[in-house]
Design a protein around this ligand. Structure first.
Ligand SMILES: [Zn+2]
Length: 375
């Protein structure tokens, strides 16, 4: 069942709407109890589809073996943490988890052509999965999107539309285009998070069926926070874990509407004047599901912190010196963990998993520029 947060109206799973008739966004709610067993997971495929009992789609999936990414110990200057290397998904970002489920569900519902807008990674993922699944797509991106992501989108055969202005201007242009074609936006879709959540199931399995005390993720629209909260809530409900990890979201200081709301004890993201940030993937000044993200952060007893541009670049180089080549957006977690330790949000002796979202290979033009500037 799909439900609108704004007006409580419900729709069937196979409805062809991308949002509620009132204009609100839709979220998926399971009507039957979950059936999760370690045995069925162990015997499943070596991809996120080993958790398919918790993914609400039919048997014909659009997949490229996404998921089952490494979880490795590392010292990123803050003591030992567990790095979830999710940038190793097929198209180079964690978005593949959500896009695999989203495209599968849309194809099931009869969609053959769609429009998506993205800061880059979701667009690259959407273009690739549409190519894989035989869907046509047109992808809108902001003009400043890394060349690697744009080339990836066009190489998959999608139509690329570069939009001048901000990330929000890109969404507005896509909405205009969606008057004639289905709007497959991953941010609006109720299905995206149902795929993203599998990374948290994976951490649970990789830690020997247990969960860390803390999970630290980059925070833009908030799909990682929402995905983790959903997965860990499902595991708690099923009696398979004994506590909810504290979920910590890290934003760039230049674009921190959720952090500002968290600090002031507010329930909705704060309206901000965004400044450009090297963390292009989380440059979202108006996160659609921001209220829910704040509820998840508070519900898990986690927190939200903002980090400045210099510390993001230092974090990026710290990670690459450990052999971990991610895009600048992912690097926010390094100064994020430092801040969380300083503030006492993460205590000594606690286990912390840190999520790395996008590959550095797509952002090499930008990383090269940053290296030249700092020499
Ligand atoms: Zn509604």
């Amino acid at each position: 069942m799909l439900k609108c947060r704004a007006c409580d109206r419900t729709y069937k799973d196979d409805c062809s709407l991308w949002r509620c008739n009132c204009g609100g966004y839709l979220t998926y709610f399971r009507e039957r109890p979950l059936e999760i067993s370690r045995e069925s997971i162990r015997s499943g495929p070596l991809s996120m589809w080993r958790y398919r009992s918790v993914i609400p789609v039919g048997p014909e999936v659009i997949s490229m073996g996404e998921g089952v990414t490494p979880l490795v110990k590392a010292d990123i200057g803050t003591g030992e943490v567990l790095l979830k290397l999710d940038y190793l998904c097929p198209t180079g970002s964690y978005k593949d988890r959500g896009i695999s489920v989203l495209t599968t569900k849309l194809r099931e519902n009869g969609v053959t052509s769609l429009i998506e807008d993205s800061s880059g990674n979701a667009g690259a993922s959407m273009a690739s999965y549409c190519a894989r699944g035989g869907l046509n797509c047109r992808i809108f991106v902001p003009h400043y999107t890394s060349a690697g992501k744009c080339v990836q989108i066009e190489s998959a055969g999608a139509e690329l539309v570069k939009v001048p202005g901000t990330r929000e201007d890109t969404s507005a242009a896509a909405l205009e285009g969606a008057r004639s074609t289905f709007y497959g936006s991953h941010n609006w879709s109720p299905w995206f998070v149902e795929g993203v959540k599998t990374f948290a199931y994976e951490i649970w399995e990789q830690m020997g069926w247990s969960v860390p005390d803390n999970l630290v993720v980059p925070l833009g629209q908030g799909s990682l926070v929402l995905g983790a909260y959903r997965a860990f809530s499902e595991l708690l409900e099923a009696g398979l874990i004994d506590h909810m990890p504290k979920l910590h979201g890290v934003q760039a200081e230049n674009c921190a509407p959720i952090v500002r709301a968290y600090e002031r004890g507010l329930g909705s993201p704060v309206s901000i004047d965004k400044i450009e940030t090297v963390a292009e993937g989380i440059s979202s000044s108006q996160p659609l599901r921001g209220e829910e993200v704040l509820e998840a952060i508070r519900g898990s007893k986690g927190s939200a912190v903002a980090v400045d541009e210099n510390s993001i670049v230092e974090g990026l180089f710290r990670l690459s010196s450990c052999g971990v080549y991610v895009e600048p957006t992912s690097a926010v977690v390094v100064p994020g963990v430092s801040k969380l330790i300083e503030s006492g949000a993460i205590s000594e002796g606690e286990t912390t998993a840190v999520f790395l979202s996008g590959s550095g290979l797509k952002a090499t033009d930008k990383i090269l520029e940053l290296r030249r500037k700092t020499k």
